[in-house]
Design a protein around this ligand. Sequence first.
Ligand SMILES: Cc1cc2nc3c(=O)[nH]c(=O)nc-3n(C[C@H](O)[C@H](O)[C@H](O)COP(=O)(O)OP(=O)(O)OC[C@H]3O[C@@H](n4cnc5c(N)ncnc54)[C@H](O)[C@@H]3O)c2cc1C
Length: 399
Amino acid sequence: MTTASEPRHLKAKGLKRGVPRPAKALCSDCGLCDTHYIAYVKDACAFLHQQIAELEARAHSRRRDLDNEDELYFGVHQEMMAARKIEPIAGAQWTGIVSTIACQMLETGLVEGVVCVQNTPEDRFGPMPVIARTPEEVLAAKVNKPTLSPNLSILEQIAQSGMKRLLAIGVGCQIQALRAVEKELGLEKLYVLGTPCVDNVTRDGLQKFLETTSRSPETVVHYEFMQDFRVHFKHEDGSAETVPFFGLKTNKLKDVFAPSCMSCFDYVNSLADLVVGYMGAPFGWQWLVVRNDTGREMLNLVQDQIETQAVMSKGDRKAAVQQSIPAYDKGVTLPMWAAQLMGVVIERIGPKGLEYARFSIDSHFTRNYLYTQRNYPDKLAAHVPDFAQRIVEQYDLPE
Ligand SMILES: Cc1cc2nc3c(=O)[nH]c(=O)nc-3n(C[C@H](O)[C@H](O)[C@H](O)COP(=O)(O)OP(=O)(O)OC[C@H]3O[C@@H](n4cnc5c(N)ncnc54)[C@H](O)[C@@H]3O)c2cc1C
């Protein structure tokens, strides 16, 4: 029995897997609707209620400064840097900074649990969200499961466990919903370690991507779109395979990305305390964005295990972005020899460091703006945050 004074969610019930979600085709399967926190979905879902600016002000105690180009693009921050682990974790997505911070937070008692994503026993890329309570359980979640993952499906377990201090690792849409329900979770302290995210796919979509792009889809254990304009695949036998971005079969892959990701403008995980990605760093390095004091506290725990360098920026992305807009729209695919050649040229003269990150943000925001305008015209005005609107306005878009 619930009483009138009890929180709304205690009267609600999560939906079974497979039942359509309130966001319908735009659902990113963040997991919120699997739990009784579905009671708040209309406000909390990133695709039903875009409120990045309000949540930024709450999480970081201020809004992003839209007149500062770094904040316009990368969100509220105190500092950015390039970093890598002195001793990388074998099998991590990059050098394992995310897993290392999470392990350290558990070991020092800063948190009692870590929301992260292991894989299902039968599928190395099948996401299985868990609350890890030991470093071993955190390490079992290393490496990207490059699919939509219902990380928030574990939210009910937090109250049940009695945990008061928690670290959540996740991508932008998961973190937006988490921030929106944060005060209902009964925690003393929530730490948020985010990764950037773009172009995510369902598990079926991932299979199609692998089959269309890799020479041996079944043996891929890891892949990443990297700063040298190539997709890097690693296979079970340790061999590497690279495919230039310009050689991707865009015509076949056009509908592979989830509709949620085609209409997402939170590439850089605006609401995390600390963001660990790669796109603003030189090739081989990770890119760190410290958004607030909580993020700094987390990073301080691993300072002696990483080497760092200042962020750099080189090149000019604008012409390349403008050309990519109609090329993507028409699904242009180059023959592989031309794609390889283009890859070599652009790697030499193309944007690097923060300019590469801006290239990637501009390309995705213009594409996603067009997608939203064409498929969800009634949502466009409210769904596109002010910072994204400003970024998109720099380019000429087709009708
Ligand atoms: C779907 C996806 C897309 C990404 N796209 C970009 C990008 O475009 N640009 C960029 O700079 N960085 C991107 N990243 C981040 C980047 O790939 C690395 O994850 C990040 O740099 C951390 O590397 P690491 O070696 O420190 O991580 P590790 O130590 O290997 O840890 C990886 C962590 O990611 C979590 N995780 C795995 N899969 C998922 C998932 N599906 N949803 C939520 N959390 C997950 C795990 O819980 C684990 O804790 C993306 C990450 C994901 C998950």
